[in-house]
Design a protein around this ligand. Structure first.
Ligand code: ADP
Ligand code: ZN
Ligand code: ZN
Length: 736
C-alpha cells in the first residue's frame, strides 16, 4: 500500500474481473469528484466508460504506473448513493463483477459517453405537398399509397416503431421522401404530463382497508409486507390506494411486475385511477424512451414508475413506496449473466432507503411465506374476492381411458358447450405451443430430436417446420422417416395450434383467440388479442402462461386446464410449487365478476396428493405441507443454494472444470456446507453444448456467502476454466 499525493480514483469498469481499477484524476480537474459519476478511462488497448465508486489516498499499485482518467462525463453523480450501495451489495451477494453490475443498471443509452440529457425522438411527418397528395398520385405504388394514407391519419408524425408496426419499411420512406412528401422532425420528448382527473375508488372491504392502513402507517420507515390475497381479492386496488397516499405525501412510488404483467390494461388502470401518467421501464422500449423515463424518475418529475425486473435499479429522487406484484413469479429473477432477484434487491433497497415495500401474490413463494412466518415480513391477507365475485370451484377431471379429441375430453367439451350457451366465456390453458410436441414414425418409432439439445423437436404446422424450443434451431418437416424411409410420420400429442383446430371443428360458430408466443410475435398483437378477450368479442380463449397471469377477463366463467400432469413428476424440487401456483393463477381467471366461476383440471393422476390437496384445501394448505417437506429435506427456504454451472462444446470440459473447482473447495472451510455433484445437468445437452453443475447447500447464509466470496472470484484462474463457459447462480430458481 502506498500513500500518494493525488487522490486515487477507484473505478468500476465493465469487465469479468472481480475488482476495481485505480486511476489518477485528469489534470485539469480541480473540484473533488463524487462517487457515481461516469468517467472515460484507458483500459487495455482501448477506452471504456466506468463509474467512480470511491476515492482513496492510497493504492496497491505503484503510482508511477497509474494511468489518468481521460474525461469525466457527468458533472454530478449519475447514480445516487443508494443505487451504488445496492450494486455493491448485489455484486458481493450474487458474486458478479461490480463493473458489469453497474454498467447493467444504466439505461443502454448511458453506457457509453453520451450525455445524460432527455432526448427528443425523431418522427416522420408529411410535408405540405404530402398532406395535399392523394392516393390517386400513386396508383402504381400501392405500398406508397397505403403509407401516405397512414401518415395522413397521423398529423403529428410517426416514430420509427409505429411505422414498423404498420409494416412501412425504410424503402417506402425513402420513396416518399424522394417525392418531397415526407420529412423527419425532432419532437421533444413529452415528459410525464399528468393526464386526467383520478376516477373514483371503490370503497374498500375491511381486509383491504386494513392492508392499506398498515402500509400507509409504515410511511418513511422500512417494513416489508406480504400481501397475500386470493385472485381477484383486490390487491391491485390496495396498491392503488397505498400509492395514492404515497403520492399525496410527495413521494415517488415504484411498481415492479413480471415480464408478462406489464399490459396496456394495467397501465390504463393506473393512469385512470391515479390521474397521472406512469413512467414505464421495460426491455421492449426504444433507447430514448427508456432513457427519458429513467431520467424523469431520477429527477423526481416522474412520480409513479412502473417497470419490469430491471426497473428495480432506477434511481429515485424521493422514494416513498415499493411494490412487487406477483412476487412468486420466476421472471423476477434474471436467469442469465448477472443473476439477481429483483424482488430480493428491492427488499434490500427498501431497507436502505427506509421505505415500506409490498410483495403481492395470490400464490406467494414459499420463501416469502417463510419470511412472514419468521416475522421478517408482515403478513397481510385478503382471504376473499372483492366486490360481488365469489371464489371459483375447482374440480379434477379424470381423463384415463377417455377418448380425447386433441387432448380435449368429452366432459370438458360438454362443460364448454354449457358455459358458452349460457353466455359465458371459456379459457383453456395448455402450456405447450406449436402443433405437436413430437413427430413420430409409425413404422419404426423414430422421433424427431434436436441435433443440438436433449429434446424433441416441436412440430409447427402453420410454418411447416420442426422447431427446438430450447435452442431455437429449426428445420423443414421431413417427408419420410430418416431411419426407415417410411412416409407415415405422425404428430404425437397436442400443442395450442392443434387444439385451436380441434376447437374450430367443435365450435365452428364461436369466435376464439389463441394467445401464445407464436401468435403474438408481431408487435401490438398481444394487446389486440387481450383486448378481444377482455371485451368478450372472443368467446373461447386458448393460450399458454401468457394468458394465465394477472389478466382480468370479467366474462370468463369456465377455465379448463388441459394438462396438470407435466409438473407432477419433474426432478426439480420447485416443480410442485410451480404447478400449484400455475393451477391457482389460471383458475383465478374465472368468475371474476357477477357470474360464479368453474375450473376443470384434466389429469391422468386424479389421486395425486398434490392435486387433491390443492382442489380440496387451496394454496395455503398446499404451502403449509410443502414448507414442511422442504424443512424435512433441508431445502430452501430452510437452506441456501448456490449453483455453479459449466458448459462447453467439448463434452468432457464442463466436468473437468467442476472437479477442479470442487478440488479447490477441499482447501477451504466447508463446515455446514454440503456439496452435491458435479453432476450432468438435467438437460445435459443444449444448443450443442454439454452442461454440468455443482450445487452448494448451506443452512447458514453467511457461511455460504463467506465461502463464495473466497472461492468464486478466483475460479477463472483454474486452467480448465478456459475451456468452458461458467456461471454462478445464488438462490437459483431452477436447477436446470
Ligand atoms: P387482484 O389484483 O387481487 O387480482 P383486483 O384489484 O384486480 O384484484 O380486483 C379484482 C376486481 O374487483 C376488479 O374488477 C376490481 O375493480 C374489483 N374490486 C377491487 N376492490 C373492490 C372493492 N373494494 N369493491 C368493489 N370492487 C372491487
Ligand atoms: Zn421410421
Ligand atoms: Zn435444440
Amino acid at each position: 500500500m502506498r500513500l500518494v499525493s493525488e487522490t486515487i480514483l477507484r473505478i468500476a469498469v465493465p469487465s469479468p474481473l472481480f475488482r476495481l481499477f485505480d486511476y489518477l484524476p485528469p489534470r485539469e480537474i480541480t473540484a473533488p469528484l463524487h462517487p457515481g459519476v461516469r468517467v472515460q478511462v484507458p483500459f487495455g488497448r482501448s477506452r471504456t466508460v466506468g463509474i467512480l465508486v470511491a476515492t482513496s489516498r492510497s493504492s496497491e499499485i505503484d503510482p508511477a504506473r497509474l494511468k489518468r482518467v481521460h474525461a469525466v462525463l457527468d458533472t454530478e453523480p449519475l447514480l445516487p448513493a443508494d443505487i451504488l450501495a445496492m450494486a455493491q451489495w448485489a455484486a458481493a451477494y450474487y458474486q458478479h463483477p461490480l463493473g458489469e453490475v453497474l454498467a447493467g443498471c444504466l439505461p443502454v443509452a448511458l453506457r457509453g459517453d453520451q450525455s445524460a440529457e432527455v432526448r427528443g425522438t425523431t418522427v416522420w411527418c408529411l410535408t405540405h405537398t404530402g398532406i395535399e397528395a392523394t392516393t390517386a398520385d400513386c396508383t402504381r405504388a400501392p405500398q406508397q399509397a397505403r403509407a401516405l394514407e397512414f401518415l395522413q391519419h397521423h398529423p403529428d408524425g410517426c416514430s420509427r416503431e409505429q411505422l414498423n408496426e404498420a409494416g412501412i419499411g425504410p424503402h417506402i420512406l425513402r420513396a416518399l421522401s424522394a417525392r418531397g412528401w415526407l420529412e423527419t422532425r425532432t419532437r421533444a420528448a413529452t415528459l410525464i404530463a399528468s393526464s386526467a382527473v383520478p376516477s373514483a375508488a371503490p370503497s374498500l372491504n375491511p381486509a383491504q382497508a386494513a392492508a392499506v392502513d398498515a402500509i400507509t402507517a409504515a410511511r418513511d420507515q422500512y417494513q416489508s409486507f406480504l400481501l397475500d390475497g386470493v385472485t381477484g381479492s383486490g390487491k391491485t386496488e390496495v396498491y392503488l390506494q397505498a400509492i395514492a397516499a404515497c403520492l399525496a405525501a410527495d413521494r415517488q412510488a415504484l411498481v415492479i411486475v413480471p415480464e408478462i404483467g406489464l399490459t396496456p390494461q394495467l397501465l390504463t388502470r393506473f393512469r385512470q385511477r391515479l390521474g397521472i401518467e406512469p413512467a414505464v421501464l421495460h426491455s421492449g422500449m426504444n433507447e430514448s424512451d427508456r432513457l427519458n423515463a429513467w431520467l424523469a424518475a431520477r429527477a423526481g418529475t416522474a412520480r409513479l414508475i412502473l417497470g419490469t425486473r430491471s426497473a428495480a435499479w432506477v434511481p429515485l429522487a424521493q422514494p416513498g413506496l415499493f411494490i412487487v406484484d406477483e412476487e412468486h413469479d420466476a421472471s423476477l429473477k434474471q436467469q442469465e449473466g448477472f443473476r439477481y432477484s429483483a424482488r430480493d434487491l428491492l427488499v434490500w433497497r427498501a431497507h436502505r432507503d427506509g421505505v415500506p415495500i409490498v410483495l403481492g401474490s395470490a400464490t406467494p413463494s414459499l420463501e416469502s411465506l417463510h419470511n412472514a412466518r419468521q416475522g421478517r415480513y408482515r403478513h397481510l391477507s385478503l382471504p376473499e374476492r372483492a366486490g360481488v365475485a365469489s371464489a371459483p370451484s375447482l374440480r379434477l377431471l379424470d381423463v384415463r381411458n377417455q377418448k380425447l379429441d386433441e387432448g380435449l375430453s368429452p366432459a370438458l367439451l360438454a362443460h364448454m358447450r354449457k358455459h358458452l350457451d349460457q353466455g359465458g366465456q371459456v379459457l383453456l390453458f395448455l402450456n405447450r405451443r406449436g402443433f405437436a410436441p413430437t413427430l413420430l414414425c409409425h413404422a419404426c418409432g423414430w422421433v424427431a430430436e434436436c441435433r443440438r439439445c436433449d429434446a424433441h423437436l416441436t412440430l409447427h404446422q402453420r410454418h411447416r417446420l420442426l422447431r427446438c424450443h430450447h435452442c431455437g434451431s429449426q428445420q423443414p418437416i421431413p417427408v419420410q422417416c430418416p431411419t426407415c424411409g417410411c412416409a407415415d410420420l405422425r404428430p404425437l400429442g397436442a400443442g395450442t395450434e392443434r387444439v385451436e383446430q380441434a376447437l374450430e371443428r367443435n365450435f365452428p360458430a364461436v369466435p376464439q383467440v389463441r394467445i401464445d408466443r407464436d401468435s403474438t410475435r408481431r408487435k401490438g398483437r398481444l394487446e389486440d388479442l387481450l383486448a378481444q378477450a377482455t371485451r368478450g368479442d372472443a368467446r373461447i380463449l386458448l393460450g399458454t402462461q401468457m394468458l394465465a397471469k394477472g389478466h382480468h377477463f370479467p366474462g370468463v366463467t369456465l377455465v379448463g386446464i388441459m394438462e396438470a400432469d407435466q409438473g407432477l413428476f419433474s426432478a426439480d424440487f420447485r416443480a410442485g410449487e410451480r404447478l400449484a401456483q400455475m393451477v391457482i393463477q389460471v383458475a383465478g381467471r374465472s368468475g371474476r365478476a357477477e357470474r360464479p366461476g368453474e375450473v376443470l383440471i384434466q389429469t391422468h393422476h386424479p389421486d395425486h396428493p398434490l392435486l387433491l390437496q390443492l382442489v380440496a384445501a387451496g394454496y395455503p394448505a398446499f404451502a403449509v405441507a410443502a414448507l414442511a417437506e422442504r424443512e424435512a429435506a433441508g431445502l430452501p427456504p430452510f437452506s441456501n443454494l448456490a449453483l455453479l454451472r459449466a458448459e462447453a462444446t467439448d463434452a468432457r470440459a464442463p466436468e473437468q472444470f467442476l472437479y477442479a473447482a470442487s478440488a479447490d473447495l477441499d482447501t477451504r472451510t466447508l463446515t455446514g456446507i454440503e456439496r452435491w455433484g458435479p453432476v450432468p445437468s438435467p438437460m445435459e445437452r443444449r444448443a450443442g453444448r454439454t452442461r454440468a453443475q455443482l450445487l452448494l447447500v448451506a443452512r447458514d447464509r453467511k457461511r455460504l456467502q463467506r465461502l463464495l466470496a473466497e472461492w468464486v472470484p478466483q475460479l477463472s484462474n483454474l486452467k480448465s476454466a478456459r475451456k468452458v463457459r461458467w456461471s454462478i447462480d445464488v438462490d437459483p430458481v431452477d436447477l436446470f
